[in-house]
Design a protein around this ligand. Structure first.
Ligand code: P6P
Length: 328
């Protein structure tokens, strides 16, 4: 199998790894460097920004800008996509959530960065000198809002008991663990495959009352042991940090879900820079990324911060869940 990647893409990925190292260092010492707590601002999602949300976003933007290969960036922490100034403008669109799960920072619970890389439609170079220089013109939004099927690369970096960068460029999923003694990511997970089945489910059951009937039936079936040969119920594991819950699912199998519900029909997670990159990774590891009624990677975002219901993990587990929703 061809295992080469474009040198230019490698520069972007190297820049992302530098951002992850810098964020890992800040997260590790957040409690003693005054970097816990709120930043005093609210992001476009209406969420209180943590100090590390803001700093992590600045780090990603800086390394991507100075990589000289990035044309446009879209971040959970930016209201609109931002065009890298002409001097440094490059060929890639990079989407990211710089610090997912940051509400866990003050409790030193796992957090992570999530990213995806698309090629750029060169016909869509931002109009320089426009009123808001660097803000991607409306006509360029389509350059950012691409379906996950177009992803060239995707990955996440988990900041936990280990700092692990997981990456796919379309030829399987490889994991690299940060060795603090040398400050380098070292190959630690080769060609990761999600177990076909698993006995762990990862949902915020506090939202159960607002779930659609089919989803309630699904959850009740898991709890009654309705989906195991030995009739034993599944185990529940929920960190409240997508990267932590997803990484455990990648290695142990099972299913993670953030459903839509009566309060939020499309759930909470964002398609462009959370669900699509994670779905690309899951599929490259033999698993699935689903909205419960369709494949995440097939969806073209209509706007940058669009949300979708999200289920991912072991192929057999996601298909079992879909069978309860597609009947509905
Ligand atoms: P809830 C963190 O805010 C996040 O975006 C994901 O990392 C996580 O899986 C989810 O939200 C947790 O949301 O509503 O269960 O607290």
């Amino acid at each position: 199998m061809e295992r080469k990647i474009d040198g230019e893409l490698a520069v972007v990925l190297s820049s992302v790894s530098i951002a992850c190292k810098r964020i890992a260092s800040l997260v590790q010492k957040a409690g003693i460097s005054g970097m816990t707590g709120a930043a005093g601002a609210v992001n476009v999602q209406g969420e209180d920004q943590k100090k590390l949300d803001v700093v992590s976003n600045e780090i990603f933007c800086e390394v991507l800008r100075t990589s000289g290969r990035t044309g446009v960036i879209a971040s959970e922490e930016e209201d609109t996509p931002v065009a890298v100034e002409e001097t440094y403008n490059g060929n890639y669109v990079v989407v990211f959530d710089p610090l997912d799960g940051s509400s866990n920072i003050d409790a030193a619970v796992s957090t992570g960065s999530i990213f995806g890389v698309y090629s750029s439609d060169q016909s869509c170079v931002p109009d320089w000198g426009a009123d808001d220089e660097g803000v991607v013109q409306e006509k360029c939004i389509t350059n950012v809002c691409q379906p996950g099927n177009n992803l060239l690369a995707a990955g996440y970096c988990m900041y936990s008991s280990s700092c692990i960068l997981m990456l796919t460029v379309g030829h399987g999923v490889y994991g690299f663990t940060l060795d603090p003694s040398i400050g380098e990511f070292v190959l630690s997970h080769e060609d990761v495959k999600i177990p076909e089945k698993g006995k762990i489910y990862s949902f915020n059951e506090g939202n159960y009352v607002n779930w659609e009937p089919g989803l309630k039936e699904y959850m009740d079936a898991l709890k009654k042991g309705g989906h195991t040969e030995d009739g034993k119920p599944y185990s529940a594991r929920y960190i409240g940090s997508l990267v932590g819950d997803f990484h455990r699912t990648m290695l142990y199998g099972g299913i993670y879900g953030y459903p839509g519900d009566a309060k939020n029909a499309n759930g909470k997670l964002r398609l462009l820079y959370e669900c699509a990159p994670m779905s690309f990774i899951a599929e490259q590891a033999g698993g699935m990324g689903s909205t419960g009624r369709g494949r995440v990677l097939d969806i073209r975002p209509e706007e940058v911060h669009q949300r979708v219901p999200f289920y991912t993990g072991s192929r057999e587990e996601v298909q079992y869940l879909e069978s309860f929703l597609q009947e509905a």
